[in-house]
Every structure is written in structure tokens, then in C-alpha cells.
Write a protein that binds this ligand. Structure first.
Ligand SMILES: NC(=O)c1ccc[n+]([C@@H]2O[C@H](COP(=O)([O-])OP(=O)(O)OC[C@H]3O[C@@H](n4cnc5c(N)ncnc54)[C@H](O)[C@@H]3O)[C@@H](O)[C@H]2O)c1
Length: 300
């Protein structure tokens, strides 16, 4: 089994929203990263997004010129899975949230890496045990659930699959700490810790709007000022996307508790009307320049 010192080269599979962010975290923490996607164009786009983020950090005085250059020197890209996996100490998958895609990826990866390579998925909802089910060595498989955007979010949920070994969990924890993250350990269970709890609060807030208990902005204010939440549950729902929250609600309702996570009618209606939140400029709030418009957030 590898120790943390053996985790020098990390393969990140998928260069989209999460993959490029995870790659940035890793290179800034001193790891060598190979960023893989289906086409070189997608890999390059991921790398370009990292450059933009680091440039921004430099402008804000948060990243020095030297750190930026050294971080960028540690990242390479490839559209060849063989090349990405060659000699990797760990593989982190950030491909689309579909079970068959993840299973197919790890089936191929297992043939390309050493037996003691750490294998991790960044799934936000799928069963980690199920993804690892057909692997030859499922004991080295864990969930590493990063939050968006990975360079800014401290939390890292380490998800323990049914067959993840204690040693791989220790290694994953050390790996997380080396990335400057705050790891928590969660058993493989639908919604893990973060999505399950976050959604419970979000759905209750939507039901309160539905019942006319208070306006979205007043419910959010209650949680911000009364409970010191940095953002209210409805603003957060807008930020995540109402459609995304709806699909997680359906999933948890089917997998965990039908009544508790049943999607409120209002959420279904707003999604049907295309009010998906920040990404379309309208959800519970009106959005402009990435922020809720002052005075919006009344009863829908
Ligand atoms: N977006 C979020 O806020 C968030 C947060 C936490 C976790 N996640 C999870 O991270 C994973 C990726 O999500 P995302 O938002 O980055 O998606 P995304 O669509 O932005 O990126 C996915 C990337 O994977 C690539 N891809 C497709 N098939 C592939 C394959 N077979 N092998 C490798 N790459 C492939 C796509 O070309 C794309 O670039 C999902 O499992 C998602 O649930 C997302």
C-alpha cells in the first residue's frame, strides 16, 4: 500500500467544473497532475480555466508570480487514459454523474494503474460501493467529494465504501490534509452528510414559501441573522440550481425517505417554468452580475 510520499503524480479524470478545480487544488499543494478528458480541446480548456483563476489570485495578491508559475509547471494534459494513469499514485474521477460512465472508467483504470494506486470518485450522490462493486481491488476505492469551487471550499467529504480499507481511509485523510482541506469521514449513504442535511433545510424553506409563512428573502434573513448562516437556504438553492436540487430531492426521496425528501410542488413548478436560479437570472431571486438583485426575493 502506498504512503502519502508515494502520491506524487495524480491523474484527474474529467476537466470540467470540478475536475479543473480539483487539479488546481492539487498543483497548488505541490502535486504533479495529469488532467484527462475525452478530447485534448477539453483538457486545454480546463487548463486555461486554471490559468485564469491563478491570474486572478495574483491580481488580488493571493498568489505570487512564482507560485503561479510553479503550480502551472506541474500540470499536464492528455486525452489518453493510458498516459494519464501511467505511474499515477492516485486517480480522482470527476466525470459526469452517471453510474455507467463511472463504472466503465474505473474498469479501464484498474487495468492501467499499479495495484496500490488510490482510486477516488468525486460523485456527489451516487453510491461509492456500487461504483466499486466490480473492481478487482475495491479496498483501495473511496469517495472524495470536493465542493464547488474546489480551490475555495475547505470541506472534503471522504466517503467510506462498504469495502474501503482502513488504510486507504487513513491515506485519503492525509491526502486531504496535504491539500489544505478539512476532511470529514462519512459512510456511503445517499446524500452523504452535506447534501442530505443541506437539502433537508432547503426543501423545508421551499415548503415555507409555499405555505406563505414568509418571503424567500425573509426566510433567508432568519437563517443568516438568527443562525449565522453565510447564505440563506433559498439563495443557496438559486445558486446550486433549482433543477439540480429537484433531482437530488427525487433521488433521496427514492433512496432514503419518500415523505421527508418529497420535492415540494413549488419547486417542481418553478423548474417547469425555467426559473432555475442564478444560471438563468431568475429563481427565488432575480440575479444580476452573479448576485441577487436588491429588493427581489418576494413571494413568488
Ligand atoms: N458541479 C458541482 O457543483 C459538483 C460538486 C461536487 C461534485 N460534483 C460531481 O463531480 C462530477 C463532475 O461534475 P462537473 O460538474 O465537473 O461536470 P462537468 O460536466 O462540468 O464535467 C465533466 C467532464 O467529464 C468529461 N467526461 C465525459 N465522459 C468522460 C469519461 N468517460 N472520462 C473522463 N471524462 C469524461 C466531460 O467531457 C466533462 O469535461 C460529477 O460526479 C458531479 O456529481 C459536482
Amino acid at each position: 500500500m502506498k504512503g502519502i510520499e508515494d502520491l506524487r503524480k495524480i491523474a484527474v479524470l474529467g476537466a470540467g467544473t470540478m475536475g479543473h478545480g480539483i487539479a488546481q487544488v492539487l498543483v497548488q499543494a505541490g502535486f504533479e497532475v495529469v488532467l484527462y478528458d475525452l478530447e485534448e480541446r477539453l483538457c486545454e480548456e480546463g487548463k486555461r480555466r486554471i490559468e485564469v483563476m491563478l491570474e486572478k489570485g495574483k491580481t488580488l495578491g493571493k498568489v505570487s508570480e512564482e507560485d503561479m508559475r510553479s503550480a502551472l509547471s506541474r500540470i499536464s494534459t492528455t486525452a489518453s487514459l493510458d498516459e494519464a494513469c501511467l505511474g499515477a499514485g492516485a486517480v480522482i474521477e470527476a466525470a459526469p454523474e452517471r453510474m455507467e460512465i463511472k463504472k466503465e472508467i474505473f474498469g479501464r483504470v484498474e487495468e492501467l494503474v499499479d495495484r496500490d494506486c488510490l482510486l477516488a470518485t468525486n460523485t456527489s450522490s451516487l453510491s461509492v460501493s456500487e461504483i466499486a462493486k466490480d473492481l478487482v481491488a475495491p479496498e483501495r476505492f473511496v469517495g472524495l467529494h470536493y465542493f464547488n469551487p474546489p480551490p475555495l471550499m475547505k470541506l472534503l467529504e471522504i466517503v467510506r465504501g462498504e469495502r474501503s480499507s482502513p488504510r486507504i481511509l487513513d491515506l485519503a485523510r492525509e491526502f486531504a490534509l496535504r491539500q489544505g482541506k478539512e476532511p470529514i469521514l462519512v459512510r456511503d449513504s445517499p446524500g452523504f452528510a452535506s447534501s442530505r442535511l443541506g437539502l433537508a433545510l432547503g426543501l423545508e424553506a421551499v415548503r415555507m414559501v409555499e405555505e406563505g409563512v414568509a418571503s424567500p428573502s425573509d426566510i433567508d434573513k432568519a437563517m443568516k441573522l438568527g443562525y449565522r448562516h453565510p447564505m440563506g437556504p433559498l439563495e443557496l438553492t438559486d445558486l446550486v440550481g433549482l433543477d439540480v436540487r429537484l433531482s437530488i430531492a427525487r433521488y433521496l426521496s427514492a433512496e432514503l425517505d419518500e415523505a421527508r425528501f418529497a420535492p415540494p410542488r413549488l419547486l417542481e413548478d418553478l423548474v417547469a417554468k425555467g426559473r432555475l436560479g442564478r444560471k438563468v437570472g431568475r429563481g427565488f431571486y432575480e440575479w444580476k452580475d452573479g448576485r441577487p438583485v436588491e429588493g427581489s426575493g418576494g413571494l413568488p
